[in-house]
Design a protein around this ligand. Structure first.
Ligand SMILES: Cc1ncc(COP(=O)(O)O)c(C=O)c1O
Length: 442
């Protein structure tokens, strides 16, 4: 039996033609699925949008129910909402996201990324938080067998989304140098050199999960230079900045700008993608609002529109649209005059916990039990336990001391100081050392 070859929808043809004209590289970077996708601009959503503007007598186009000129709703639901109108809660949001939220987020991105200057990038498209943004990167750019490069210390969901779900392959380089002093630019540069001339998706995640490390300004510059040189040498790159923990910087040495700012204008062979969102930055983990944004040197409005349309088409196909109340809440928070002050207060709390953690975990009495991976940001820090497997330590720590941690790889034990009080922190490390020694048998 042969599989019928799907012909491309004319709107996909048009989007691909726009990419072919303005950036054949970006067209070539798309997966087969990415090439097939388009936003159904003449479908139900578009017709409803047109009716919203012009249907003055009666609007029988929309797929919700209305009453008294607002979305119909039940008071047993409505009593849980305060300060949002029915339209801000119950109505569908566009597949691209609420326009005013996209605009507000774009403004925030630019303010926080001075190196972006006036360089044009796409409008952020709203995602069901960052997990979904990363999944969209996979859908757009990874075919089965395609390679993605990540540091060996990475969030495990990259594997589930890109390898298990899409059949791509993730290769890794050592995140830290052997002395654990900082980012391993040698390993990173070498990994890029080994793939010279090829298509490659590169995932950057700073502050990093699980290590809690953000490169210094010098390291960040070296990373941008290495990627630019690889693009210059002919590699075709999609470079994803997973900025989940953006803003949680606890050390003056940290690079405070997303690398997206420089990567978005680095080279025509390098498509920069920013995956970010409210989840950690605004302390709204379950609210599920994130963004995906594209940038490339010489990027044109037509190129960005094609990418936004393909992304919104994928969203329409899988989840249709992202939570309306979640988007409304995030938008209101962003526009709240107290937002920055409140956010800074919480970051200061995390910074204080990071400082206690840094002091406690490096006490000389624990030198036999672990090495400490560098950390200066984010929610986590990571221990490299000595002479034992991290999973055995994790179980011992939980069973004998009632302390929960996460075992990753063979020897990495991740401690989330973000959810420990300062008073709890010393006890966690004392217990962890006791667990390491007990598993080791001394
Ligand atoms: C590095 C990294 N990226 C992305 C995410 C996903 O975040 P979200 O909850 O917004 O999907 C996480 C969450 O733990 C993360 O650690």
């Amino acid at each position: 039996m042969t599989t019928p070859q799907l012909s491309l929808h004319p709107l996909a043809e048009a989007a691909n033609a726009a990419l072919a004209k303005d950036s054949p590289v970006v067209l070539g970077l798309l997966s087969e699925r990415g090439k097939r996708f388009f936003f159904p601009a003449k479908g139900i959503l578009a017709q409803s949008a047109e009716a919203k503007l012009k249907a003055k007598t009666a609007n029988a186009s929309i797929g919700i129910a209305t009453e008294n000129g607002a979305p119909m709703h039940l008071s047993c639901v409505h009593k849980y909402f305060n300060g949002l109108s029915p339209a801000e809660i119950y109505d569908y949001a566009p597949s691209y996201g609420k326009p005013d939220l996209r605009q507000a987020w774009a403004k925030k991105q630019r303010e926080e990324t001075p190196s972006l200057g006036a360089h044009p990038v796409s409008n952020p498209v709203v995602t069901n938080a960052l997990t979904h943004g990363l999944a969209l990167v996979g859908d757009l750019f990874l075919d089965p067998g395609d390679e993605a490069l990540s540091s060996d210390l990475m969030w495990e969901n990259y594997n589930l989304s890109w390898e298990t779900r899409l059949g791509a392959r993730i290769s890794t380089y050592a995140f830290f140098d052997s002395k654990l002093t900082g980012f391993n630019i040698t390993a990173f540069t070498q990994a890029l050199a080994e793939r010279r001339g090829k298509k490659l998706v590169v995932a950057l995640n700073f502050p990093n999960n699980p290590s809690g490390y953000t490169p210094t300004k010098a390291e960040a510059g070296a990373i941008v230079n290495a990627l630019t040189a690889a693009a210059e040498a002919g590699s075709k790159l999609v470079v994803v900045s997973d900025d989940a923990y953006y803003g949680m910087f606890f050390d003056e040495a940290c690079e405070r700008e997303s690398l997206f700012g420089r990567l978005a204008q680095a080279h025509p062979n390098l498509l920069a993608v920013k995956v970010d969102g409210a989840t950690k930055e605004e302390f709204v983990w379950g609210v599920r609002v994130g963004f995906i944004t594209f940038g490339i040197k010489n990027g044109t409005p037509a190129l960005y529109k094609a990418l936004e349309d393909k992304t919104a088409g994928l969203i329409r196909a899988v989840i249709s649209n992202v939570t309306q109340p979640g988007q409304s809440i995030v938008l209101k928070a962003l526009s709240d005059p107290d937002f920055r002050r409140q956010q800074a207060e919480k970051v200061a709390l995390l910074k204080a916990r990071a400082a206690v953690t840094a002091k406690e975990c490096r006490k000389s009495e624990f030198a036999d039990a672990w090495d400490v991976y560098p950390f200066n940001s984010g929610y986590f820090m990571c221990l490299r336990v000595k002479g034992v497997e991290a999973e055995a330590v994790r179980q011992k720590l939980l069973d004998d001391h009632g302390v929960g941690a996460i075992a990753l790889g063979k020897t990495e034990l991740r401690i989330a100081f973000s959810c420990l009080t300062e008073a709890q922190i010393p006890g966690v490390f004392t217990a962890a050392a006791a667990a390491v020694r007990a598993v080791r048998g001394n």
